[in-house]
Design a protein around this ligand. Sequence first.
Ligand SMILES: Cc1cc2nc3c(=O)[nH]c(=O)nc-3n(C[C@H](O)[C@H](O)[C@H](O)COP(=O)(O)OP(=O)(O)OC[C@H]3O[C@@H](n4cnc5c(N)ncnc54)[C@H](O)[C@@H]3O)c2cc1C
Length: 384
Amino acid sequence: MDFSLTEKQQMLKKITREFAEAYIVPVAKESDEKQELDETVLQKMKEMKYFGACIPEEFGGAGLHDDSIAYCIVVEEIGRADAAWGLSIAVHNSLASYPIYKFGTEEQKQKFLIDLAKGDKVGAFCLTEADAGSDAGGVQLAAEKDGNEYILNGTKIFATNGGIANTLLVIAKTGEKEGRKQLTVFIVDTDTPGYSVGAKENKLGVRGSNTSELVFEDVRIPQENILGGIGDGFKLAMQILGYGRIGIAAQSVGLGQASLEASIKYANERVQFGKPIGRFQAIQWKIADMACAVEAGRYFTYKAAYMYDNQMDYGHVSSMAKLVASEAAMQAAHSAVQIHGGYGLMKAYPVERYFRDAKMGEIYEGTSEIQRMVIANHLLRKGV
Ligand SMILES: Cc1cc2nc3c(=O)[nH]c(=O)nc-3n(C[C@H](O)[C@H](O)[C@H](O)COP(=O)(O)OP(=O)(O)OC[C@H]3O[C@@H](n4cnc5c(N)ncnc54)[C@H](O)[C@@H]3O)c2cc1C
């Protein structure tokens, strides 16, 4: 077993960290306050090919499709600088662009993937509805066949990048088969008549990342925009989320790392009772526990990425990575605020934001309860 990063991965980590510290960190606080991603950062991210991180170069991407650990490193470093950017770029890549690369037709790749990979268009993944959250099978947004088109009617909620997206993957109900609801994934261009962005959410954390309601009123989509086949929607959505959770785990690792680093810095600087607080055992134990939790999340994440690249049965490990990394980020952010004392609650220090951001990771792309359910179901069916 080799725990070292390849030369390429090390280089990518260095370049992405330098980029993130130069461009993302300085505006992260403002982005949180304004509840939007910074436009200059967005343009720079395009130039750095982060919008096409896990897409092959032939489609305008950075070519990390066959090195998911490298992709995780990119998301981790972006998430370390700003969890909101980590979320938005992970969703754009793993949940919108990559599924088109993986499951799309050549025509769909030419029509949608290249613009997404170049960052000329932003992608979103639209599964959640008011009555379909953890229970993804509860989707009600309907797609009715009319000649060579499908007419979409319904509302999606909580879509990351929703309000700024140009290309959506929409999971819709396309009827029933043998008494079971049939779901299908549609690629939707947001210029299509009948589509509109509803309310933008005002959130606790990852506030820079756009989260919006999306409304579909008689939106006509050509049948060639179906991803996979009719009725493949549930299976595809689960596969997309399985891969997506690796990216979200990486985002949480970055956020946990940021909390840890801020805490070490503060513990060395803050003097009470005549010495730096880092000399007190109570603070040292917190730092040690944070480091262990974040590192455990990182190794789970890289393991899931490795298993994915090697076509192994990785779904439950991707859930483990998402669960462990997001709970580690929460634990680390909680301790970071405690180590900062009263200052940890103030906007002047980033740990206040990390704390709010970390809570989000335990909810989106499947709550911690759902991850535990996936892991346990796998173990009970297939054993260890
Ligand atoms: C910032 C943000 C971004 C998001 N981005 C996207 C996106 O891009 N695309 C998208 O489609 N969705 C997105 N979501 C939606 C997200 O995936 C859902 O919020 C999440 O899956 C939970 O669904 P819910 O909110 O309806 O909660 P519910 O499903 O109503 O759950 C409520 C509580 O019940 C628990 N629970 C539910 N069922 C069970 C069970 N069987 N066993 C044990 N406990 C259970 C849950 O764990 C939770 O604690 C986003 C959400 C947020 C907050």
